[in-house]
Ligand binder design. Structure first.
Ligand code: CA
Length: 227
């Protein structure tokens, strides 16, 4: 997932950034509302964390402008403790959820993951497509009830495809959402990883879980199971 973090407090911003990166997320950070608006409008963001008390452009105004600019990614706001008015204002401006400061990182992460699942049309943390079941809490995979080991990068690709099961995902989408800006972006690497993932999901080539659409990208082709 690609996360935008807009927080003016340097220690908190850095701690969110490094802990999110450690989970495998791609993270864009901004120290004020104007920079946050720029990144949110220009980059392919999956989910944003926005502090409401920001210099240059207040958090509420930032959220309104992102929504006015047709940016529909889920937004989690950081509010003061006991600031119920802030929470209401944040939701009214177009945010989807909130966490009061001080918070535990695990709570922020769980809320981000829930927002991402819901924006992909999934109700629970267990994503099921045909015989493929991905548990996003334990980051574990089973196929026909048998455990399959994945590397962390294979997991991230599969999670991204499953969250958007049925949609065509281009190689550019995959590199934009799964690689840090400075990391090597090589589409051959994506092809190699996709081949490896297919062999793990479908060793006897009966399932064909991932379609390749020439020149367009990949699609998780198994039907979503009702959850
Ligand atoms: Ca602040």
């Amino acid at each position: 997932m690609r996360v935008l973090v807009v927080e003016d407090e340097p220690a908190l911003r850095e701690s969110l950034r490094s802990r999110l990166v450690a989970t495998g997320a791609v993270v864009d950070v901004a120290a004020d509302g104007e920079e946050g608006l720029h990144l949110g409008l220009e980059y392919p963001i999956d989910v944003a964390i926005i502090d409401l008390g920001l210099p240059r452009l207040p958090g509420l105004e930032l959220i309104r402008r992102l929504r006015a600019g047709e940016r529909r990614f889920p937004i989690l706001v950081l509010t003061a403790r006991d600031g119920w008015q802030e929470k209401v204002q944040g939701l009214e401006a177009g945010a989807d959820d909130y966490v009061a400061k001080p918070f535990h990182f695990e709570e922020v992460l769980a809320r981000l993951q829930a927002l991402l699942r819901r924006s992909g049309g999934w109700a629970s943390a267990m994503l099921r497509c045909g015989p493929v079941a991905l548990d996003t809490r334990s980051q574990s995979l089973t196929v026909n009830e048998l455990a399959v080991e994945l590397t962390s990068f294979e997991y991230r690709i599969l999670e991204y495809l499953m969250l958007r099961a049925g949609e065509v995902i281009s190689k550019t989408d995959l590199t934009d959402h799964l690689y840090q800006e400075d990391a090597e972006r090589d589409s051959n690497v994506i092809e190699v990883l996709m081949g490896r993932l297919r062999r793990k999901l479908d060793p006897d080539e009966t399932l064909h879980p991932i379609e390749t659409l020439r020149g367009r990208g990949y699609r998780l082709a198994l039907p979503r199971a009702p959850c």
